[in-house]
Design a protein around this ligand. Sequence first.
Ligand code: 0X9
Ligand code: ZN
Length: 423
Amino acid sequence: MQLCSTGLLAFLVILPHFCWSQYAAPPGDQIWEVEGEIGLVTTMLQDKGLVDILDESRSRKIIRVGLKNSIDVKFILLQHKLTYKILVKDLASYLKEKDGKTIKTRSITCTDLSCPQPLSDAYMTLDQIEWYLKELNISHSSRVNVTSIGKSIEGRDIWLVHIRPLKCRVDGAVWIEAGIHAREWIAPAVILQLIPKLLEDCSRIGYLDIFIVPMANPDGYLYSWTTNRLWRKNRRINNNTSQVGCDGVDLNRNWDYKFGLFASSNPCSETFHGASGFSEPETKALSDAMIAVSRDYNLLMVMAFHSYGQFILHPWGWSTEEAPDTPMMISRATLWANATKKRYGTVYKVTSTTVGLYAASGATDDWAKAVLQVKYSYTVELRDEGTEGFVLSPNQIVPSSEEVWDGMKILLTAVGPGDYIYL
Ligand code: 0X9
Ligand code: ZN
């Protein structure tokens, strides 16, 4: 089913699922687990645009294979003496079934064109996110400014929430990004939950200027609701190809630092880096706004929220060399991970991207570290560790947000000039 018109959607917002299919997938898509001495074979398959790697952790390689590519993929795996197991035979029906099992009772927080609070028991539509941000701007006008930092490739606003310090003393600024990858719904959901918590907090966090982009890739997010739940990139139409599935640029490969080093030049790949560094309006808008913040404020930390895997990653993603301030980044990330673990026992691994995950260049964190020279630069991979992966159930929004808030309270206190307390 397709997205309803905004008016009808607004009317039906308390009757969700009649109008939306949250979990659509192209017909014939399957999920496979590749087994054996894999090496770089799955990376090569992704670079060729033949598969989408869903899980690239040390222990397993889970890939999404489209109908039109499955014969080629089977052939290449066979050539490399690799075997595979089909985990999901028909992704579309699997997602439909999962959607059916999702609790249907949503709180009536959002009514016609209005969301006074972010939803905690359901993922918010793009419209709902925008209604919430607009209301926040009015209801908290003394402390909050919501402005558009630019437009996406399809012309949607990219919103920046600036929470000004509560106290007259100012310690510095922090930048938080979420939603650069469309399918990672838990990231914007958690960051939206943090906004009211930050506003209610009376601790030292109130000394900071906090800049938040809750939805960095609005077109991709909308597309992941309407057409393909596992869409990752933005919605650029790559004219050089007429093949299905070959649109979009991976915005986390498009930042203009070590551009193109560990990313794909193939538009059909899920990690296509785009034509050039900052070729995409979304990364251009984000980086311009971050440059302005670092010029006007003492920018202490940049955090980009993603899913999944439960990591707090520090640079570099392009090299195994140590980035400047690595011991301090590890120390603060460990504070965050320990605090985040306390409530529910959720373990977040602290590691550099290349050491603990894989090499990938052109991402927010590396650019912020190298170009803005922020002391603390992180990518957080939220819940889970692969059980539900990108299709994390909405009942995970509250516990994920609670534990992340526990970590943020410590981290935001620890990164300011008073951070000697935690040495
Ligand atoms: O690959 C990514 O862009 C991030 N992982 S995700 O599964 N959410 O796609 C990790 C980015 C880590 N940072 C760098 N590679 N610099
Ligand atoms: Zn991501």
